[in-house]
Design a protein around this ligand. Structure first.
Ligand code: NAP
Length: 171
């Protein structure tokens, strides 16, 4: 498949495992330069190494997206490596546990919002100005079917993913 993305630079959050790692490997085969992220540095290096062994281009940048400093660390690492980003994929997120309404504390709601909404918002605000300046950019949000079809458990997760799919900007 040729998605005409060769040479573009993609930052995929939560790409040291799971869905994010598979997105990274798929885009690398399209010739996209990849930034692998996650808190676990060793796993990030392993995924970047696997991409390079297949002939792709990738670097690993670790950081915790639940902190302002961690988000900045990831954005700056990407900038140093590839002098900018064309594609941001906000994939990191999820939830530790899908709990019933009354068993989910406000602190857990806050944590789920931090991971699924605030971290993507921080990255968007950091990276979009540069995308606008260069005249090209794409942002992809990885949500969940729970955003529109919530379950009886995990109201915090469904509401956070619903917020994520509702992030729009007027042109
Ligand atoms: N799996 C599913 O069935 C499913 C279904 C619907 C939607 N989704 C969505 O798809 C996305 C990926 O899901 P997944 O199942 O692949 O997740 P996963 O296997 O749990 O991977 C989560 C990734 O995010 C990273 N991460 C988590 N918290 C982080 C933090 N604070 N800072 C930086 N990185 C962090 C993890 O790396 P570290 O632990 O090293 O930080 C890991 O790379 C999520 O947004 C999830 O809600 C998944």
């Amino acid at each position: 498949m040729d998605l005409q993305l060769a040479g573009k630079r993609a930052l995929i959050t939560g790409s040291n495992s799971g869905i994010g790692a598979e997105i990274a490997k798929t885009l690398a085969k399209e010739g996209v330069k990849i930034i692998i992220t996650g808190r676990n540095q060793e796993r990030a290096f392993q995924v970047a190494e696997a991409i390079m062994q297949e002939g792709g281009e990738a670097i690993a940048v670790s950081g915790d997206l639940s902190t302002v400093e961690g988000v900045r660390q990831i954005a700056e690492g990407a900038d140093v490596a590839f002098q900018g980003i064309d594609i941001l994929i906000n994939n990191a997120g999820g939830t530790e546990d899908l709990k019933a309404w009354m068993d989910t504390s406000p602190q857990e709601w806050e944590k789920t919002y931090q991971a699924n909404v605030i971290a993507p918002v921080r990255l968007i605000q950091l990276l979009v100005p540069q995308m606008k300046k260069q005249g090209w950019g794409r942002i992809i949000q990885i949500a969940s079917v729970a955003a529109t079809r919530p379950l009886a458990v995990g109201a915090d997760y469904a509401a956070a993913k619903a917020a994520l799919v509702n992030l729009k900007e007027k042109n």
